[in-house]
Design a protein around this ligand. Structure first.
Ligand SMILES: [Zn+2]
Length: 445
């Protein structure tokens, strides 16, 4: 499997002198019939390692030796700790804490949103999700999973003996909260730790690098007193970040802001955030039904998911409230057909709909252009948002009443040089913020 091409062969590592490896800053990965692989860093001193001996031993021509750049010191360090921990009969809490804290520190500085600990058939792997993509970071012996799993469970106050049932817990580390989920699998367990608020990931409108015409739309949106504003895009396109940023800007002493979320992801001061919980009769629909009695000025509906939530959003925005909501759709025009499919009253829609912003996240080129420690040798660091903003002017409102509204709107937008997501993305390619390949991958998915 491609993901595990860096699987460390521990017997191979142990065939080297560890003190030499430490001095040379090289970590052997494995040797098979074709390749001899090593983790190295820019400071590695290969001369200290007798490569000629390695080549002789496995009878390989020199070009079959492969090197992979990595955060070398930490890798060797963690490897050493895992070996010492495995040798002990009882877990040494201090050594384990040290090991785990180094790992968390690495995850936070790598800007990870999730840490995955997976037990595989013959080993265990630790993967970090960074900028929406999973990357394998560390591989250890399979036996080590139990040690890590017990420690994580102890840390998050879970039942250490339970491995046959899923469990949920929490813990904190350097003022950051982590949510833990364990799940039994055929090879043992999968443990996922969600980083609830990684300070290294600045998710605000500015850091998302929206183009100026989209920023202009956001400014207009935050000056609205009433109406409906929809933010659309697939899962993981940064919709909630945009919504939270807009809510933060709308939040002021003279306004009552209520959000209906499932679940609440970030807490915003002074905003009345309602966490949907279907189990305790705080269900989505019952909250929606009662929301207007709370006398709000601004309402955020986490997601419009059906005809009922749409009808509440439309009614509220017609009666003097500003309603912001997200909805699953591929583009701004696609959103309009989605609304009509959900049996939206067209007259109500024409009277209330103000903006539809459709967005996607594309990987941002790292300043290094080829690979460095910061971007984990991927060449990409962070993400930028590409978007399109459809202003529902009087023309568009009039088209909504027609049967062939989609064709009419499309033609009208074309005539008015409407900038689509793809246009915005191509601009970002020109500005060297991302690549054409990445743009097409994201836009066509
Ligand atoms: Zn880089």
């Amino acid at each position: 499997m491609k993901l595990y091409k860096y699987l460390v062969d521990y017997n191979y590592v142990n065939s080297f002198d560890l003190s030499v490896l430490k001095k040379a800053l090289v970590l052997p990965i494995k040797a098979d019939g074709i390749y001899c692989k090593f983790f190295v860093c820019k400071e590695s001193n290969l001369k200290l390692l007798d490569l000629s001996l390695i080549i002789e031993e496995i009878e390989l021509p020199r070009n079959k030796i492969e090197f992979f750049l990595s955060d070398f010191n930490l890798r060797l360090d963690l490897y050493n700790s895992s070996e010492s921990l495995l040798k002990q009969k009882e877990i040494n809490p201090k050594l384990m804490e040290e090991f785990f804290n180094k790992l968390l520190d690495k995850a936070l500085t790598s800007r990870a949103s999730d840490l995955h600990f997976e037990s595989l058939e013959n080993s265990m792997v630790i993967r970090f999700r960074i900028d929406g993509q999973l990357n394998s970071f560390y591989i250890f012996k399979k036996e080590f999973f139990k040690t890590i799993s017990s420690y994580i469970k102890m840390l998050s106050k879970l039942d250490v003996t339970k491995i046959r049932n899923p469990q949920d817990g929490r813990f904190s580390f350097v003022n950051v909260d982590f949510r833990v989920s364990t799940m039994p699998t055929i090879h043992g367990e999968s443990i996922v730790i969600r980083v609830l608020d990684n300070l290294n990931v600045k998710d605000d409108l500015e850091s998302m690098s929206f183009s100026s015409h989209i920023i202009d739309s956001f400014e207009n949106i935050t000056s609205l007193k009433e109406g409906l504003v929809l933010i659309t895009g697939p899962t993981g396109s940064g919709k909630s970040t945009t919504l939270y940023s807009l809510i933060k800007q709308l939040n002021s002493e003279d306004k009552k802001v209520i959000t209906i979320e499932d679940p609440v992801e970030y807490k915003i001061e002074q905003v009345q955030q309602v966490n949907i919980n279907e189990d305790i009769e705080l269900g989505f629909n019952s909250v929606l039904k009662n929301i207007l009695r709370q006398d709000p000025d601004v309402i955020l509906i986490g997601e419009i998911r059906d005809a009922f939530s749409l009808s509440i959003a439309l009614q509220a925005s017609l009666t003097g409230h500003l309603v912001l909501a997200s909805i699953h759709a591929n583009s701004s025009i696609d959103t309009i057909s989605r609304l009509i499919d959900l049996k939206a009253d067209r007259f109500l829609l024409a009277s209330t709909l103000k903006y539809i912003v459709s967005q996607r996240l594309v990987l941002k080129l790292c300043a290094c252009k080829s690979g460095c420690v910061l971007c984990n040798y991927k060449g990409f660091l962070g993400r930028v948002c590409i978007a399109e903003s459809l202003v529902c002017d009087n023309k568009i409102k009039s088209f909504l009443m027609k049967e062939d509204f989609l064709i009419e709107i499309e033609n009208y937008l074309k005539q008015n040089n409407y900038k689509t997501i793809l246009d915005d993305g191509l601009n970002k390619v020109e500005e060297n913020k991302t690549t054409l390949k990445e743009l097409y991958k994201v836009v066509s998915s």
